[in-house]
Design a protein around this ligand. Structure first.
Ligand code: NCD
Length: 319
């Protein structure tokens, strides 16, 4: 049976419909992990071509998509800094750019990161090839949500009955939105506590929608939430969005509101974990890194395995 992802765009985490879809993908991610760790070649995408276009800064997402496609044997055209160095700076619109990349590279799949919320949708409509959303505006980062959940699943060997505490910029941050929706799809008696300053609370429509499927609490008491968490998911305050709206002074006021210290982590459950999509800019002190609960470095590696699994699922029909 082929994967439900086969031949499809992957634009929103809402496209993941069942826990079985997730588990099947994670099984393939486990396989990818074994291949990488044992140095075993697995190149089902030989002869296929993947284009990776980034219009916003990135370290992890960009490098792991490129590495994932290359490890699977694909030809890769990867362009970073699109906003500055491509014809976009001459005023070309996203549709024409996507069409051009398709023509010039004969790509079979496009990976896109872009500051507009609906960018992946626009690209998907303009292109005859599947599009993977590698982060769109303030709204979605679906592959990050999958790798976050994979990290959680690897650690707890389950994805239910978990208390996930999401901390920081819940207004502008896109990772927490996709992960919260994914936990809503999994359900399984999970609950989420959102911890943020009032100014950076999760959008109320999102909270209303989530409350229909999963238990949600909102607080500004980090200490209390952390002590009761299975997963503490820290995020940075997103400076670029404050800058874009001329509110850098507000950013300065908010950026250090929630900082995770070694002492706070020592009060967490023994089996709990700390995640962060990274980059961190002070919200997890370095002194936390040595604690066995700090899993944000391993979390990055999950990105390679999950993205390999997803690329394969979209491009290869398996029987
Ligand atoms: C995140 C992003 O780009 O949304 N980074 C990532 O992909 N790992 C988080 C962030 O930039 O704060």
């Amino acid at each position: 049976m082929s994967s439900p992802f086969f031949g499809q765009n992957f634009i929103s985490i809402n496209q993941v419909k069942t826990k079985k879809d997730i588990l099947d993908l994670f099984k393939r991610a486990d396989f990818m992990k074994q291949c990488v760790e044992k140095g075993k070649l697995h190149e089902p995408l030989r002869g296929k071509s993947v284009a990776v276009l980034f219009y916003q800064p990135s370290t992890r997402t960009f490098s792991s998509f490129v590495a994932a496609a290359q490890r699977l044997g694909a030809y890769v055209t990867a362009i970073h800094g699109m906003e500055e160095f491509s014809s976009v700076s001459k005023g070309e619109d996203l549709r024409d750019t996507v069409r051009s990349i398709y023509e010039t590279t004969a790509a079979d799949l496009l990976v896109l990161r872009h500051p507009d919320n609906n960018s992946s949708q626009v690209a998907a409509e303009a292109s005859p090839l599947p599009v993977i959303n590698a982060g769109s505006g303030k709204l979605e980062h679906p592959t990050q949500a999958l790798l976050d959940l994979y990290t959680i699943y690897e650690h707890f060997k389950r994805m239910d009955s978990l208390h996930v505490v999401m901390v920081g910029d819940l207004l502008y941050g896109r990772t927490i939105k996709s992960l919260a929706k994914l936990l809503g799809i999994v359900q399984g008696n999970n609950r989420i506590t959102f911890v943020s300053p009032d100014e950076l609370k999760a959008p109320s429509e999102l909270v209303t929608d989530l409350k229909k499927v999963i238990q949600i609490e909102e607080t500004s008491n980090l200490r209390e939430a952390v002590a009761d968490a299975d997963v503490v998911y820290m995020t940075r305050v997103q400076r670029e969005w404050f800058e874009a709206s001329g509110k850098l002074d507000e950013y300065e006021k908010l950026k250090n509101r929630f900082i995770l210290t070694r002492h706070m982590v020592s009060q967490m459950k023994k089996k709990a974990i700390v995640l962060h999509p990274l980059p961190r800019v002070g919200e997890i002190l370095e002194e936390v890194d040595d604690d066995p609960r700090a899993k944000y470095f391993q979390q990055m590696r999950s990105g390679l395995y999950v993205r390999m699994a997803l690329l394969e699922a979209i491009l290869m029909k398996r029987s």
